[in-house]
Design a protein around this ligand. Structure first.
Ligand SMILES: Nc1nc2c(ncn2[C@@H]2O[C@H](COP(=O)(O)OP(=O)(O)OP(=O)(O)O)[C@@H](O)[C@H]2O)c(=O)[nH]1
Ligand SMILES: [Mg+2]
Length: 464
């Protein structure tokens, strides 16, 4: 991607295809001169080059390929007080693709060149008008697939994360200043700041970085399909429930324990969330090679689950109930999000049914009769909503880019606290703090490489 920001760029900024209005955007040091060559204001007055403030002017574009003038409104930002930090203009005119191409062609003949993908936003970033988090958010707003993503992108664009990180950075800078002042007077035995104060100030920074890092870890990639895994003892009714939820008979169902060996998957909508449902083999001790393989596949699927639907047969005998509870507890201890349901509700006696109604497991279903299915779908959808609302501050693209830097900055702060606690010396603490600052700078875009810029801005469309 070109990093020459002196030349003048032009592009169509409105969506492709015919529309009532079309927009042409121009930016660069010669933008005003190019505009003055092509655009004639309706009212004679101050020459375009004389304007110092943003202005809207009606007039006509005189295009090389068109004999009649084209009516257009010009929005002009004549100085560096614009989105791109340099003179910039926008023409709003009739949204005919052929006309917009003709306007663009005329500007190319008057010194502008075609803009690259995201080049307007990249210029805004290079001019310091926005940071890298906000540049990513511009793309997030354009590409938002739903209301939730749009909300996240707008929060990031508004500087939500930026201000948190900037707060951490300024606290580290202030602390570094104190430490370095102390180092200058090391001979005179003056303590500018106690080790306890250092720890206290850094603990605040650490908690912000820890919460951002865990948000970033939890952030799902855009378009990610959540994975709901059915698990439980053999014969719990997992495959029957799987078939019911996907609306097809895909899994073999039988009264023989250990029917399912390979795992199966299907797509299910839980309210408006599309998820992948996975049926696994019943959890048991393997006594042959095939069972061993089936148990291995079951464990792999549980490892990558977002929610586990733990199926317990409502009429389970006491012997199995102990084993069932132990396996479920083991699964929960791995950090899995487990939802327990009582299956085969239509098979239980009235006496057992009243015991169940007094038990803490609130979800009782029958995949055979359909009892409790609506509540089950609602519960899973609720889990997704709760999980995503706690994940919604960072855009997926930002999380992917910053995950490593967030972890490294957090590690550096932890090392600085360790250094202060163990009195390893202010030089060591200061070294760790500089490391943390470098990583925070990378997140905000103060430290970047051409590759990073290329990766971010090449995902934009032309004209943005
Ligand atoms: N009446 C009734 N029978 C059910 C229900 N769910 C499952 N069953 C029966 O219970 C038996 C076991 O069902 P599966 O769905 O194969 O159980 P599973 O958990 O997949 O079993 P494995 O694959 O062996 O782990 C079958 O005979 C099913 O017809 C239900 O809700 N009501
Ligand atoms: Mg099965």
């Amino acid at each position: 991607m070109s990093l020459d920001f002196q030349d003048t760029i032009a592009a169509i900024a409105s969506p492709p295809g015919p529309a009532e209005r079309g927009i042409i955007r121009i930016s660069g040091v010669a933008a005003v001169a190019s505009v003055a060559d092509v655009f004639h204001p309706t009212c004679e007055g101050v020459a375009l080059a004389e304007h110092r403030r943003p202005i809207r002017i009606d007039g006509c574009l005189h295009l090389t390929s068109l004999r009649v003038p084209l009516p257009a409104s010009l929005m002009l930002w004549p100085t560096d007080r614009s989105y791109t930090g340099q003179p910039m203009a926008e023409f709003h005119t009739i949204g005919s693709p052929a006309l917009l191409d003709a306007v663009l062609e005329t500007f190319f003949q008057h010194g502008a060149r075609p803009a690259n993908r995201g080049e307007f936003t990249m210029r805004a970033f290079m001019a310091g008008r926005i940071d890298l988090l906000q540049a990513e958010a511009v793309l997030g707003v354009i590409d938002a697939a739903d209301h939730e993503e749009l909300q996240t992108a707008l929060t990031q664009l508004g500087g939500g994360i930026t201000s948190k990180l900037a707060g951490v950075r300024s606290r580290i800078l202030a602390l570094l200043g104190d430490l370095e002042a102390g180092l200058d007077f090391v001979e005179e035995d003056i303590e500018f700041i106690t080790q306890q104060q250092i720890c206290d100030r850094l603990t605040q920074c650490l908690s912000t970085l820890v919460s951002l890092a865990s948000e970033s870890d939890a952030r799902l990639p855009s378009g990610y399909r959540r994975r709901v895994v059915l698990a439980g003892l053999p014969n719990a009714g997992k495959s029957t429930l799987f078939n019911r939820l996907i609306g097809a008979t895909k899994a073999i169902v039988s009264p023989v324990a250990g029917t399912t060996r390979d795992y199966l998957s299907g797509v299910v909508h839980f309210a408006d969330v599309e998820a992948e449902l996975i049926d696994t083999a019943g959890w048991e001790t393997a006594s042959d090679l095939i069972m061993e393989r089936a148990q291995g596949l079951r464990a792999e699927q549980l490892d990558v689950s977002d929610v586990v639907l733990w199926c317990t047969a409502a009429n389970l005998t006491d012997d199995f109930a102990i084993q069932n509870a132990e396996l479920k507890r083991r699964l929960e201890s791995t950090g899995s999000d487990v939802v327990e349901i009582l299956t085969q509700a239509d098979l239980v006696s009235d006496e057992r049914a009243s015991e169940i109604s007094a038990s803490p497991i609130s979800l009782t279903i029958s995949a055979e009769t359909g009892e409790g299915m609506a509540e089950l779908v609602e519960t899973i959808a609720g889990h997704f909503t709760a999980a995503s609302s706690s994940r919604s501050e960072l855009l997926a693209s930002t999380s992917a880019r910053c995950r490593d830097s967030l972890k490294k900055s957090r590690t550096a702060i932890e090392a600085a606290i360790h250094s202060a606690e163990n009195r390893l010396g202010d030089e060591v603490t200061a070294f760790e703090l500089r490391d943390a600052l470098h990583e925070i700078g990378a997140i905000l875009g103060e430290v970047y490489t051409d590759d990073i810029l290329d990766h971010i801005f090449s995902n934009f469309c032309i004209g943005k």
